[in-house]
Each structure stands twice: as structure tokens, then as C-alpha cells.
Design a binder for this molecule. Structure first.
Ligand code: GCO
Ligand code: MG
Length: 401
């Protein structure tokens, strides 16, 4: 019998909802045996497609799909200049698909290949936002009724483009000032704790939009509201500030969705400067990199909280879930709610029940992509071709996301 080989790589682009999704399908010489992987980088989707079709596809055809680590290592350095979100996402598409294939060959879910379950289910957090405190509270209560115990809360700053909530009131939707936001957020959590009590776990994402020293002051003010975590207080360019923040407050810190390179995340873990590692798995190169990162974090008491917004495909969410089940240092999982259109494109899409994800007991990642359904939702035209919108201060200065 001839050896198993990779025979083709297909890139599937689809936009069943607001965001562009990219999924890779790796085909093999065994009829019917293929794997799927997430390569979603919604803001630069076409660049990822090119990286896969023009470079990785010819690079992997003819190789043995069982050699996941070897293929990863070889592909990673084949560009000489490496890393970065485009190349890492392209690589992740291949890498996750190879794990899917291995699981199918072993007739086991991927979490079994990673060591097996160390928990029965995976608690997730969902997003409650609102134009004002009352609306945020109402949304939190709605999610609590559905069984969620971890809820991220974001409130609009009147007249400004606030991350995580629709604009409230009049004003230029592209304008942002940090000071009004810093005044409003502690009041939001005061409101929520007074009305909802201490039991519910609350989270918040600063989204790197304020100067570092303002983020430190905000973190100190928020400590009294016992957040499960405070996310992205600094931009990746400002990570040295974690040393200063750490000496001043014990608020739990989550960081990492923008990281693409181990030289960014290793120092934060080894010096115990964060509590939750939040990388976007496809942005660091896929499951092979993420499982090593999770193990490294375990040795330093850092828990995982893999990035799980709408711009991770259900295939990527299944990869998150496999690690969530198998890693002892799991912290929490972020989860976007999947619409019916998304579920139709991705049969086997992870399901949320009682505020948690449950093991997918099918071989491999357990999620497929229906190419016919996917084709019904081609990428939509948009002025920035999916790019992140510009946010500016009143005087016109560009603000980080
Ligand atoms: C989060 C994130 C996302 C990002 C988005 C960028 O914590 O969920 O900050 O909402 O903004 O993934 O495309
Ligand atoms: Mg975030």
C-alpha cells in the first residue's frame, strides 16, 4: 500500500455573517479523508488566501499528513522572514487541518490526542453591552437566565465610538476620547455589583484604547469590583507597562489576542505579569503552537482564555475547545454566538448549553465545512475590504484599536 500523501489544499472563503471567514481544507490520497483548519484573519483575508494558495499549497502537496510537527517547522521557516498574522494564519489553516486528519485516522476527537479531558465541560463567557448602565444590566440578566455565569460588560460612551457597544446619542461615530471612558467604566461596575451582587463573574475589555498610565489608574479603580479579568489594558507595543501595573494592583489581567510571536508572550508569562493568556490561536500559527504555549503557561500559573470572537470560524472554535478540555490550566473560553447561517455552513459547529461548551465526541475536530453552503456567502464588498475602521481623537489623532 502506498504511503498517505497530501494531494491538495483548498481555501474556502465565506461570510455568512458580518465577518469574513477563511477555512482551509487539506485533502489526502485516501479517498474521503481530509481535514479542515481555521485561517481567519478577517481584516486582511485576501492576503492570507494568497499566502496559502501561492506558497503553502505547493509546499505541502506530496508530504505525509501525519508529520504535523515537521510540516509546521519546515513551513514556518520557508519564508525566511517569518511570523506575523498573515503567514501565521495561513500556517494555522494547514496545521489545524492536519490535527483534524490525525484525529480522523485515530478515530478519536483531537482532545484525546492532546492527553484527554481534564474537565467535563468548558465554561464560556459571553458579551453584554448597552447604550447605558440599565441596558447592560438587562443584557447581563438575560444571559444569566440562559445559564451564563461569566459575562463581559461594555457600555457606550455617549457620542463616541466605543469598543464593544453600539454608539449612543449624537456624535461622530469615529471619534474617541479616553478620559470620559475612564470616568464611566468604574460607575458601570458600581451599578452592576450593587444590583447583581458578587456571584456573577464580570469581565471587561479595555481594547488598548487609552494611554498606559490611564489604564493603570482604571485597573486600580476597578479592583474593588472583583472582575474575573480585565483585558488588554495596554497595546502590544506597551507591554513593559505590565511590570508597573503589577506592583500596584491585584486585578486579574488577560492579554494576548494581538500577539503573533513568542518573543511577545514568553516574557509576560515567565515574569508572571499576566493571569490569562488570550492569544488568537490561528494568529500564532495554529494548534501546534498553542498547545506548547498552554503547557508553558501551566508552569507559571497562567491560565488560558483563548480569543473566541466572531472572527474565529467554528473550526477555530473547535480547536480552542480541544485545548480547553485537555489543558489543566484552562481559565475561561470566550464564545461568539453562532447564527443559523453560520451553523449551516459549518455542520457540527460547537453548541453552547448552560453557559458552557461540551466535548465534541466525533473524530478529529468534529466540525466540517459545507462548501456549497459556504459558496452562498461570498465576501461582501466593503470600502476597506474588511479592514479595521479608523478611530481618531477629537483633534484627529489616530487611536490604537
Ligand atoms: C475580543 C476582541 C475582539 C476583536 C476582534 C478584532 O476580546 O473579543 O477584542 O472583539 O476586537 O476579534 O477583529
Ligand atoms: Mg479583546
Amino acid at each position: 500500500m502506498s504511503k498517505l500523501k497530501i494531494t491538495d489544499v483548498r481555501v474556502i472563503c465565506t461570510q455568512p455573517e458580518r465577518v469574513r471567514l477563511i477555512v482551509v481544507k487539506v485533502l489526502t490520497s485516501e479517498p474521503g479523508l481530509y481535514g479542515v483548519g481555521c485561517a481567519t484573519f478577517t481584516q486582511r483575508a485576501d492576503a492570507v488566501v494568497t499566502a496559502i494558495e501561492k506558497y503553502l499549497r505547493p509546499f505541502v502537496i506530496g508530504r505525509d499528513p501525519d508529520d504535523i510537527e515537521d510540516i509546521f517547522q519546515a513551513a514556518y521557516v520557508s519564508s525566511y522572514w517569518r511570523s506575523g498574522p498573515v503567514l501565521n494564519n495561513a500556517l494555522s489553516g494547514i496545521d489545524q487541518a492536519l490535527w483534524d486528519i490525525k484525529g480522523k485516522r485515530a478515530n478519536m476527537p483531537v482532545y484525546q490526542l492532546l492527553g484527554g479531558k481534564c474537565r467535563q465541560f468548558v465554561p464560556v463567557y459571553t458579551h453584554a453591552s448597552g447604550r447605558d448602565f440599565a441596558e447592560v444590566e438587562e443584557n447581563v440578566r438575560k444571559y444569566q437566565e440562559q445559564g451564563f455565569r461569566y459575562i463581559r460588560c461594555q457600555v457606550a460612551v455617549p457620542g463616541m465610538s466605543t469598543y464593544g457597544s453600539r454608539p449612543s446619542g449624537a456624535g461622530n461615530s469615529q471619534v474617541w476620547e479616553g478620559s470620559p471612558y475612564c470616568r464611566i467604566v468604574p460607575k458601570l461596575f458600581e451599578h452592576l455589583r450593587t444590583r447583581l451582587g458578587e456571584e456573577v463573574e464580570l469581565l471587561h475589555d479595555i481594547h488598548e484604547r487609552i494611554p498606559p498610565i490611564q489604564a493603570i489608574a482604571l485597573a486600580k479603580e476597578l479592583e474593588q469590583y472583583h472582575l474575573f479579568f480585565l483585558e488588554d489594558p495596554f497595546s502590544p507595543e506597551d507591554i513593559e507597562y505590565f511590570r508597573i501595573l503589577r506592583q500596584q494592583t491585584a486585578i486579574p489581567i488577560a492579554m494576548g489576542e494581538l500577539f503573533v510571536n513568542q518573543s511577545e508572550y514568553v516574557p509576560l508569562v515567565k515574569d508572571r505579569l499576566i493571569d490569562f493568556m488570550r492569544v488568537h490561536i490561528s494568529d500564532i500559527g495554529g494548534l501546534s503552537m498553542a498547545r506548547k504555549l498552554a503547557a508553558f503557561c501551566e508552569f507559571f500559573g497562567v491560565r488560558t482564555a483563548w480569543h473566541g470572537p466572531g472572527d474565529v470560524s467554528p473550526v477555530g472554535h473547535a480547536a480552542n475547545l480541544a485545548l480547553d478540555l485537555a489543558c489543566p490550566n484552562f481559565g475561561i473560553q470566550e464564545l461568539a454566538q453562532f447564527s443559523d447561517a453560520v451553523k449551516a455552513v459549518f455542520p457540527g459547529c460547537p453548541e453552547v448549553r448552560d453557559g458552557a461548551l461540551w466535548p465534541i465526541e466525533r473524530p478529529g475536530l468534529g466540525v466540517d465545512v459545507d462548501e456549497k453552503e459556504a459558496a452562498k456567502f461570498p465576501f461582501q464588498e466593503s470600502p476597506l475590504n474588511g479592514g479595521w475602521p479608523e478611530i481618531r481623537r477629537l483633534d484627529g489623532t489616530v487611536v490604537r484599536p
